[in-house]
Design a protein around this ligand. Structure first.
Ligand SMILES: NC(=O)c1ccc[n+]([C@@H]2O[C@H](COP(=O)([O-])OP(=O)(O)OC[C@H]3O[C@@H](n4cnc5c(N)ncnc54)[C@H](OP(=O)(O)O)[C@@H]3O)[C@@H](O)[C@H]2O)c1
Length: 321
């Protein structure tokens, strides 16, 4: 595992990080969750990405992570980077969603309690909230750092102009914005337009989520919907309707290119994200230890020839698929 500096900071993150959005809630198998976290850490995945609402039920991923950490990995806390977030709906009433100081300050205290941690390494504003003045959200994040409840601040899913504003506000208070988190995969490339440039210019790291488009960029849906898949479980946003014949054709073509490179499609899709030098780390989601091992194999070859990149591009742009 290689570790990359997050932008112009002194903090290094592993090329692959593990996300706990799915598969670590109370609806999931606790033993598998434990095995995945321990195995990932053993293999050099030092960064675990949480949010207040991960589960289901919301909050249970933080509780389960806390249990696993205290039982299996407590003495390794200083070798880990643990992040959490607040920004999406978490509790009823006017104070459990968005970007207000009231919500963010209460939420981090709840997240610390659930995980049993004394601090988070990175705490994110999980989304831009157009109803809250950005100054208020940023001030709350800065306060959290000053209080020692988080070491670094991150932003997730901010429009470019709002991200620039937030980073400027932090700079004025001599607090660094460490990292920007958003989706990036062969199927979702919006951030290439402006967010990558913003990270480069402002010295922020970039951490990519849903690099496999929630499992679509693997060979798992090529012959129907497996019973143990995210789609079949039906707890998230990925739905059966998303898997159209056109999409399957594209995945089949990409799968062929991956096999020619001697990789699984999952490996090629992760390598494709990591090939971009602006990407500090890629957050994988997994439902088994075997998937972690498959994804780790990616790191054996993250180089692409110009021809390979052109072929991938032509598949992604083909109108007839
Ligand atoms: N900031 C935000 O708003 C935000 C939003 C979304 C995600 N995130 C973060 O990003 C993390 C990753 O997101 P994601 O779970 O959508 O990532 P993803 O890597 O795109 O999808 C993960 C899913 O892909 C499948 N998979 C993974 N490795 C595989 C392999 N080798 N072979 C076959 N299938 C494989 C598994 O599906 P099955 O479960 O079907 O086996 C797994 O659950 C989250 O946990 C979270 O930490 C952040």
């Amino acid at each position: 595992m290689d570790y990359n500096f997050s932008g112009k900071s002194g903090l290094k993150l592993p090329q692959l990080s593990l996300g706990l959005w799915h598969n670590f809630g109370d609806v999931d198998n606790f033993q598998i969750a434990t095995d995945m976290i321990c195995h990932a850490f053993e293999k050099g995945i030092t960064h675990f990405d949480l949010a207040n609402n991960y589960g289901p039920p919301a909050g249970s991923a933080e509780i389960n992570f806390g249990k696993i950490l205290s039982k299996q990995l407590k003495s390794h806390r200083d070798e880990m980077i643990v992040s959490s977030k607040a920004g999406h709906f978490m509790w009823d009433g006017p104070y459990g969603d968005g970007g207000s100081r009231k919500y963010i300050m209460a939420s981090i205290d709840q997240s610390l309690k659930r995980t049993g941690l004394e601090y988070f390494d990175i705490f994110y504003s999980h989304r831009y909230d157009p109803e809250t003045p950005i100054e208020e959200t940023v001030q709350a994040l800065i306060h959290i750092v000053r209080q020692g409840k988080a070491l670094y601040i991150g932003l997730s899913k901010y429009p470019v102009d709002k991200a620039i504003k937030a980073v400027e506000l932090m700079k004025e208070q001599h607090v660094r914005c460490l990292i920007y988190q958003d989706r990036y995969s062969m199927f979702r490339r919006e951030v290439e337009k402006a967010h990558f440039g913003l990270c480069q210019e402002l010295g922020l790291g970039y951490i990519a989520f849903s690099p496999l488009a929630q499992g679509l960029l693997t060979n798992k849906y090529l012959h129907g919907i497996p019973a143990d898949s995210r789609v079949a479980k039906g707890v998230g946003f990925l739905k059966e309707n998303d898997i159209t014949p056109k999409l399957i054709n594209t995945i089949e073509e990409l799968n062929k290119l991956a096999l020619e490179r001697g990789q699984t499609l999952a490996e090629m899709a992760l390598a494709w994200v990591l090939r971009n030098k602006i990407v500090t780390s890629v957050i994988i989601g997994t439902s088994s230890v075997a998937q972690i091992d498959d994804n780790l194999k990616t790191l054996d070859n993250i180089r692409f020839s110009e021809d390979e990149l052109t072929l991938i591009e032509s598949v992604l742009n083909r109108k007839d698929l």
